[in-house]
Design a protein around this ligand. Structure first.
Ligand SMILES: Nc1nc2c(ncn2[C@@H]2O[C@H](COP(=O)(O)OP(=O)(O)OP(=O)(O)O)[C@@H](O)[C@H]2O)c(=O)[nH]1
Ligand SMILES: [Mg+2]
Length: 200
């Protein structure tokens, strides 16, 4: 039956995508998820222990007293009908075994980087490149870090051509949201191109 309101179709379909937030120890993953999340983020923080002092490198994040031991979880609505579920990975090497579980079904990832310790994000970059999970590198601009252009970072990390590098402040909601929008756009293009490749 056609009603006078029949042209006012409201699209109530909800798309929820899974995104990982990865990167080295203390680079700001938990901070980013907390800054952008609309729900109270789930955190699994534990105090950095004396036992861990020999393996936890806190250079550059001297104020750091806790570390993520399982994951962070948050949610953000990018626009009507599209929300992202954010999974922050633990930064320390001893929790690598959790990454395979966390990355199941992920659309893409944000690899956070700190230019004072750029090498700390190599393992995350390698991880996503090997599994062909689209990612963007987000440089978290800590005070005291020398300003580097996106191009320099891309070269230093030897990123594949086209992998976006964006500068951000992990504590700032709008800045974090911009990173996520870049990722969704980029991952969307990558997945579409692969789909077309596989049928063509
Ligand atoms: N100045 C500055 N400090 C930041 C920024 N982002 C995070 N921090 C601080 O850096 C420290 C590390 O932040 P976390 O968010 O816990 O880092 P993480 O990557 O989750 O750390 P792990 O889970 O232990 O690997 C905290 O003390 C934050 O307050 C930033 O953009 N600028
Ligand atoms: Mg953390």
């Amino acid at each position: 039956m056609v009603t006078e309101h029949s042209d006012a179709v409201v699209d109530t379909s909800e798309l929820a995508l899974k995104i990982l937030v990865a990167g080295g120890f203390g680079v700001g993953k938990t901070t980013l998820v907390g800054a952008v999340s609309e729900i109270r983020p789930l955190r699994t923080e534990e105090l950095l222990s004396e036992a861990g002092q020999s393996v936890d490198d806190t250079d550059g994040v001297d104020q750091k007293v806790t570390t993520t031991v399982a994951m962070d979880f948050g949610r953000i609505t990018i626009r009507s009908g599209l929300s992202l579920y954010l999974f922050g990975t633990p930064g320390q090497d001893r929790f690598w075994f959790l990454w395979d579980e966390l990355s199941q079904g992920a659309l893409g990832a944000v690899v956070l980087a700190d230019t004072r310790r750029l090498e700390d994000c190599f393992p995350a970059v390698d991880y996503f490149e090997h599994r062909r999970i689209p990612f963007v590198v987000a440089v978290n601009c800590f005070a005291g870090a020398r300003a580097h252009g996106a191009h320099d970072v891309s070269r230093a990390l030897d990123l594949d051509h086209g992998t976006p590098v964006v500068l951000c402040d992990a504590r700032d909601r709008d800045s974090g949201k911009e990173v996520l929008i870049r990722l969704v756009e980029y991952a969307g293009r990558m997945h579409t191109a692969r789909l077309l490749d596989s049928v063509g």
